[in-house]
Design a protein around this ligand. Structure first.
Ligand SMILES: Nc1ncnc2c1ncn2[C@@H]1O[C@H](COP(=O)(O)OP(=O)(O)OP(=O)(O)O)[C@@H](O)[C@H]1O
Length: 224
């Protein structure tokens, strides 16, 4: 099966207030269609790692490959395009633009990428909303929908450019158990039916136990 994301010998140091070796020789691969979770105690380095894997932090040692392409040491402009095209993000807080409609929020990353006509983007956005069963919310302002609905809009937005992988930092952290289960089922469906890869940082053991693989971290290292 093809490899979507690969980390080779990733090391990261924070230099202030004192030198701190926060990530220690991280190696792993995420395959196409794989749903992996990252778990570990608070402060073990999960968010720091996700920040590097998502290309937002470039201050690290080692090599990162996205769809078999080495993306370490690329220019920030090139990384921004790669990120927008190949990686979708879902965070604990949804980061929707509250004064924009649901439809406008979902279209934003596609408009930023600038590869499709407005008509195509509108078509794609509507398809994503339908996939997540929220097409009826299209014209509502993001500030006027529930927490669970906002997270589904955030997933639709993450999908708009048909990424290879979705990365999430506690995407169900703010949701009640019903909505958390709902988000999990959406993720599962995306991996099973579309071969999308998912890498999700979570503290929720029930959630992690249902993923294909748990990457367990402790003190900046992968332990399992
Ligand atoms: N900018 C920074 N400068 C120095 N140290 C930092 C910085 N950011 C994070 N750290 C430290 O690095 C370690 C890893 O932080 P990180 O946020 O990756 O942990 P985490 O596993 O995601 O924790 P949590 O589960 O609480 O979100 C922690 O000890 C944290 O205090």
């Amino acid at each position: 099966m093809s490899i979507v994301l690969e980390a080779r010998h990733i090391n990261k140091y924070f230099k202030k207030p004192v030198l701190f070796h926060v990530l220690k020789d991280i190696n792993f691969q995420i395959k196409k269609g794989e749903f992996a979770s990252i778990m570990g105690k608070s402060g073990c380095g999960k968010s720091t790692l996700l920040y590097i894997l998502s290309t937002m932090d470039t201050d690290y040692e080692g090599e990162l490959f996205l769809n078999n392409q080495l993306i370490t040491n690329q220019s920030s402009e090139h990384l921004s395009v790669l990120r927008n095209k190949h990686i979708g993000f879902v965070f604990q807080f949804h980061y929707l633009l509250s004064e924009f409609t649901v439809f406008e929020n979902v279209m934003l990353p596609a408009k930023k990428l600038g590869e499709k006509s407005l008509q195509e983007i509108e078509y794609d956005a509507y398809e994503k909303l339908k996939k997540l069963n929220i097409e009826h919310l299209a014209q509502k302002r993001a500030s006027r929908i529930s927490g669970g609905e906002k997270q589904r809009v955030a997933i639709a937005r993450a999908l708009i450019n048909n990424p290879s992988i979705i990365m999430g930092d506690e995407p169900t952290g703010n949701l009640d158990s019903y909505n958390a289960e709902n988000v999990f089922n959406i993720f599962k469906q995306l991996t099973d039916e579309q071969g999308l890869s998912l890498l999700i940082v979570t503290h929720d053991e029930d959630f992690a136990n249902k993923t294909h693989r748990i990457i367990q971290m402790a003190d900046g290292e992968i332990v399992v």
